[in-house]
Design a protein around this ligand. Sequence first.
Ligand SMILES: [Zn+2]
Length: 118
Amino acid sequence: MDKFDDVLQKAKDMAETAYKKTGDAIDIGKQRVEIASLNGKISNLYEQLGRKAIEDLKETENEDVCLIINNIKSLEDKVEELKTNILNTKGKVVCPNCKKELDINTKFCSYCGAKVNE
Ligand SMILES: [Zn+2]
């Protein structure tokens, strides 16, 4: 192999190495995206399982489970409180039937006709 061929071969090897590294980086990126997607699906399934378990449990004497359920309920209450605060600040109420936002002085929903309580 003369010098020129040698240089050419080295350049070829470097290009292949660079290509392989880029390919690996893309593969790693794709696999990380897939991991995140799968973890999201797993979290959703845990959530479904939790909701189902809470529905089925009704009453349990397991203190750990009671604590978690109570924590969820108090966080949900807080979310509802914040949503109501936002609506009040905007001068709006939510129709109890169709859940559309209405003016705070509305007596009957303009979408579904339901009576709106204040
Ligand atoms: Zn309505």
